[in-house]
Structure formats: structure tokens, C-alpha cells
Design a protein around this ligand. Structure first.
Ligand SMILES: [Zn+2]
Length: 211
């Protein structure tokens, strides 16, 4: 009997680091959040689906990593995610995250840089036709923590490169998913217009009728 395939992740955040934070769904809901990264396989599926890990890396990690290391990596991923959530929602709501969340991010960002190798590349990916030194995951590519390091790098790049007011939270209180607002006038309000935008519109319409 084949197992039911797990649903694909909804990557409407427009950046892997924001989609990663959204993987704790209904984060602020009164009846508690819903964990979409239930196990290490989910973490691999997520990093694969965002394109941060190649399919061959996902397959290799899926078969090479032992259960104890996988459980540790999943715990790390969730710890990183929650520190990112504190920083991103802090930015959205104009309040500072806790110092311990900042230290956690610092630790993961350092750890990600510390697990790469400097290599001589015959052809540089970013400058085709030229050769030179480049960073590569090298021997760390088969390490259980690779998805965590790769997500750390992606998040650190986002934090350092984007004007932070482009990172916004969905206007539906029940959703609050993060997204990168790349709209021309920076007026995007919903993670998905067809879901949250329409739901809120319907609610306002209903409220007017009842008034
Ligand atoms: Zn939404």
C-alpha cells in the first residue's frame, strides 16, 4: 500500500526564509498553531520545494541521515524558525525581539558560515568563463544540519539585503503569514488575495449587512 502523499508547501511568502516562518501555521490563533514541519522528511521536502536544496541533495540526506541526527536537526530548524519569527514580526510591529532571539540568530548565521569549504572552481557559477575561489558545502553536504545551515544563509541574506519594510504580514488576523511585498507601490496586504483578501472582504460585507 502506498502512503498518502503529503501536501505541497504553500510558498506564497515570496522568499524561502519567510515561507519557512509560515511553516508554523496559525501562529497566533487562539486554538494554537499548526506545525507543518512534523518531521525531518518535511524539513527536507520544504527545503527541496523552495529550491534551496537540489533534488539529489534531498534524496541523499533522506537516505544517509540517522534518526537521532534527523531529530536534532529538526529541533534546530524549529529553534532557528522561531528566532526568525521574533525578528520578522518584531520588524513588522516595530518592536525589538528579545536579546536571546538575536543571539540565537547570530549563532545559526555563524554556524552556517563555519560549515563551508573554500574551493578552487574551474568555472565560477557567478562569473562564467572565469575561474577562482568559491565557497561550497563540500564535505558538509551529507550532514543532517545542511537544511538548517542553508535556511540560515537564506535568512541572513534576506535580512541584510532587503529594505525591511518590504517584509509584511498578511492583514487577516487569523493568518498573519509573512510575505515579501514586491508590488509596485508596496501596497500588498494579503498573503493570497484569493484566500485571505476575499475572506476579509466577505466578512466586511457581512458586517455592513448586519449593521
Ligand atoms: Zn493570509
Amino acid at each position: 500500500m502506498t502512503k498518502e502523499p503529503r501536501p505541497r508547501f504553500d510558498l506564497c511568502g515570496g522568499h524561502p526564509a519567510l515561507d519557512f516562518v509560515n511553516s508554523l501555521d496559525n501562529r497566533f490563533a487562539a486554538d494554537g498553531p499548526k506545525e507543518l514541519l512534523a518531521d525531518y522528511t518535511d524539513l527536507l521536502r520544504f527545503t527541496g520545494q523552495t529550491g534551496l536544496l537540489e533534488a539529489r541533495q534531498v534524496r541523499r540526506l533522506g537516505s544517509a541521515v540517522d534518526p537521532a541526527a534527523a531529530a536534532r536537526a529538526l529541533r534546530s530548524a524549529r529553534e532557528l524558525r522561531e528566532a526568525l519569527a521574533a525578528a520578522f514580526y518584531g520588524g513588522v510591529e516595530q518592536r525589538a525581539p528579545l536579546a536571546e532571539d538575536i543571539r540565537t540568530l547570530e549563532r545559526y548565521f555563524h554556524s552556517a558560515s563555519g560549515h563551508r569549504e573554500l574551493r578552487w572552481e574551474a568555472v565560477l557559477e557567478k562569473s562564467p568563463g572565469r575561474c577562482g575561489l568559491a565557497w561550497d558545502w563540500g564535505r558538509f553536504e551529507t550532514h543532517a544540519e545542511l537544511p538548517v545551515w542553508i535556511l540560515s544563509r537564506s535568512a541572513s541574506e534576506l535580512i541584510m539585503s532587503q529594505p525591511l519594510d518590504r517584509i509584511r504580514a498578511c492583514g487577516a488576523e487569523t493568518c498573519r503569514w509573512l510575505f515579501l511585498d514586491t508590488s509596485k507601490n508596496h501596497t500588498r496586504r494579503w498573503c493570497k488575495m484569493e484566500v485571505c483578501g476575499n475572506r476579509m472582504k466577505a466578512r466586511r460585507f457581512q458586517a455592513r449587512r448586519e449593521a
